[in-house]
Design a protein around this ligand. Structure first.
Ligand code: DAH
Length: 361
């Protein structure tokens, strides 16, 4: 056996015997570190004659590769064993009885989403969903917001890093509204369509009434002979059921959205009670949602004939609905995860909203 063979055998044994990652690293330093034995041998190549180097070079390099490979393999084994040990020690026994009463509550946003689903189910609406990481076409173009449209700038969009494979052409984004679910629904279902789409939306905006992630609910009806009258009745019925009051007053103001024509912003009336705004009556007005008749171009972009099919749509901030109904005046604590806030404003998991029981019960 040559010295080199002996050294190889010695090192491989030491690698195999290393009981932990620290011990293995010590072996690595001793062999391949700056002052390591293999490194030192590689340095001797410079002083050799060309003939000698041709023989010794591959042998020493071979030793280095064998040692490095053995260290990598041993490292993987040790890491896997460490992970297995951790997983084995971190099991949670789900059969143990809970020793404290359950403290979790249903977040007001989840509660309001459940209330919306309940109210709209009664009107024949299904719940639809779409991805939060959306593409430009569904979020903007198909909604009649072309590339150069100023509405794109207004949305303060979060864009994803361009993907190398698409040459940056198809940049994904975090959906800025729930309106792309209109498009996805029209593309995947045949009309008549009646859906609401509650979910998370994102814009680069942050103050007392704006958070970078917030919630919206979209409504969409596509059928034959749909008019603004249907829209107004639906919104009135929804808001009366939601706020659990019959004296809800609505005001539709002409507005502009690229995906509806005509468009209307909807205000709901409020009364001042003990210095606080309470929904109902008409002492003042507060904007709650955007709406309108679905634009012909949007219907056509989804492959439907706008002469045959019409519809209405609306979009509404869920967080704001929750604030108005349950009396919070700052949006930011909604997403702080503070257990005291959740205990105060949250709902019991057993209190499922039903129309008969009162949706806010
Ligand atoms: N997508 C709009 C927004 O985020 C809200 C909206 C307005 C939705 C009018 C609609 C609509 O469906 O018809 O500001």
């Amino acid at each position: 056996m040559t010295d080199l063979d002996q050294m190889r055998a010695h090192m491989l044994t030491a690698i195999d015997a290393a009981a932990g990652l620290d011990a293995l690293d010590a072996v690595r330093v001793e062999a391949l570190g700056k002052q390591g034995r293999v490194t030192q041998m590689l340095k001797t190549l410079g002083a050799m004659s060309a003939d000698q180097r041709q023989v010794e070079g591959p042998r020493i390099q071979g030793l280095r590769t064998a040692v490095a490979d053995a260290i990598a393999a041993r490292k993987e084994t040790l890491e896997r064993a460490a992970l297995d040990a951790r997983l084995a020690s971190e099991t949670l026994d789900m059969t143990l009885p809970a020793d404290a009463p359950l403290t979790g509550t249903i977040h007001p946003v989840s509660q309001v989403m459940d209330e919306l689903a309940e109210i709209f189910a009664d009107l024949g609406f299904a719940v639809a969903t779409g991805p939060e990481i959306e593409d430009d076409w569904h979020n903007f173009t198909a909604l009649n917001i072309p590339e150069s449209h100023p509405a794109r700038a207004m949305h303060d969009t979060f864009y994803c890093e361009p993907q190398a494979s698409t040459n940056g052409a198809a940049r994904m984004l975090l959906r800025t509204h729930t309106s792309p679910v209109q498009i996805r629904t029209m593309l995947s279902q045949k009309p008549p369509i009646r859906i609401i789409a509650p979910g998370r939306t994102y814009r680069s905006d942050s103050d007392a009434t704006h958070t970078p992630m917030f919630h919206q609910v979209e409504g969409l009806v596509i059928d034959k002979g749909i008019t603004l009258g249907h829209l107004k009745w639906t919104l009135e019925t929804f808001l009366k059921a939601f706020f659990e009051r019959d004296d809800i007053a609505l005001r539709l103001r002409p507005s502009y959205f690229p995906f509806t024509e005509p468009s209307a912003e909807v205000d709901v009336g409020y009364t001042i009670v003990k210095g606080k705004r309470v929904i109902g009556g008409s002492e003042g007005w507060m904007e709650v949602l955007g709406s309108g008749m679905v634009h012909r171009k949007v219907i056509a972009a989804c492959g439907l004939d706008p002469d045959e099919w019409q519809g209405f749509a609306f979009g509404c901030g869920i967080d704001r609905l929750a604030m108005l109904k349950y009396g919070m005046d700052d949006l930011r604590p909604f997403f702080d995860g503070d257990i005291r806030w959740l205990k105060h404003y949250g709902f019991s998991a057993l209190d499922v909203p039903t129309l008969s029981g009162g949706v806010g019960a």
